[in-house]
Ligand binder design. Structure first.
Ligand code: ADP
Ligand code: MG
Length: 253
């Protein structure tokens, strides 16, 4: 049995009189890809940022790798990797320069080319951040989460705005990171993405968790209620057509 690497109990977050997160509880197991699913405004980013120690909770208890968020936020920061908002980068610096900058901040000695290899950006090493495509920027931002060799990485809607090839490429990258033992917690409102990527998901709506299980477990429960799709299920969808015709290869120029 894998152990619990994140434990969230009765987490509440109020912004003034508004209750954004209304007492949610969940655990993330070591080595899994855990998804927080929900529509815009559900409270996903708020929850993530509180666990990342970047936002204050109103109440509740959180432990990350055995460290209490109220007592040891500094210890938690050391073992997590957080995908920063893209606007946080210096757009005029080259990728290798940015990696050196970040490794200096983390006081880590990393080989920029090795890191760029990992996210398939070796040939862009001398490019400036602002010259990258959307998918390349996302892959680069995931690379920066790995600089401190974290036990857990947090990805907040990493594929929003990407084309189908770039999304698939990012899924492969995320699976690869997990296969090396890193725990991944990801938010998304794309259900197809959650289905291929996540071991377990929590569905969050208006600040409450309304379901939590593996994707297959949730689907089985729905089917057991007698649910049937209104029409006969198509054997392929438009995205299958698109990928079949345009290929998996990334289009990034
Ligand atoms: P999600 O990431 O699921 O889209 P958020 O966690 O960003 O949701 O936001 C949850 C709710 O809290 C939304 O209604 C949002 O408008 C509100 N909210 C988020 N941040 C703040 C803030 N700093 N001040 C006030 N309200 C906020
Ligand atoms: Mg959000």
């Amino acid at each position: 049995m894998a152990s619990k690497i994140i434990q969230v109990q009765n987490l509440v977050k109020n912004y003034g009189n508004f209750e954004a997160v209304k007492g949610i509880s969940f655990d993330v197991m070591e080595g899994e890809i855990f998804g927080l699913l929900g529509p815009n405004g559900a409270g996903k980013s708020t929850t993530l940022e509180i666990i990342e120690t970047l936002r204050q909770k109103t109440s509740g208890k959180i432990e990350v790798d055995g460290f209490d968020i109220d007592k040891d936020p500094g210890e938690i920061k050391k073992i997590i990797g957080v995908q920063l908002q893209t606007s946080g980068y210096y757009p005029g610096l080259k990728l290798t320069e940015l990696i050196n900058l970040f490794s200096g901040l983390y006081n880590r000695d990393v080989n920029p080319m090795e890191l760029l290899d990992l996210v398939n950006l070796r040939d862009k090493a001398k490019s400036k951040y602002k010259e990258l495509s959307g998918g390349q920027k996302q892959r680069f931002s995931i690379a920066t989460t790995l600089i401190n060799e974290p036990k857990i990485i947090f990805l907040d809607e990493p594929t929003t705005g990407l084309d189908p090839q770039a999304r698939r490429s990012l899924w492969e990258l995320i699976k690869g990171i997990r296969s090396k033992g890193t725990t991944v917690i990801i938010t998304t409102h794309y259900m197809d993405e959650a289905e291929v990527l996540c071991d377990r998901v929590a569905i969050i709506d208006s600040g409450k968790i309304i379901a939590m299980d593996s994707p297959d477990g949730l689907i089985d429960k729905l089917v057991a209620t007698g649910f049937e799709r209104p029409k006969e299920v198509k054997k392929a969808n438009l995205e299958d057509v698109f990928i079949q015709m345009t290929g998996h290869t990334l289009r990034e120029e």
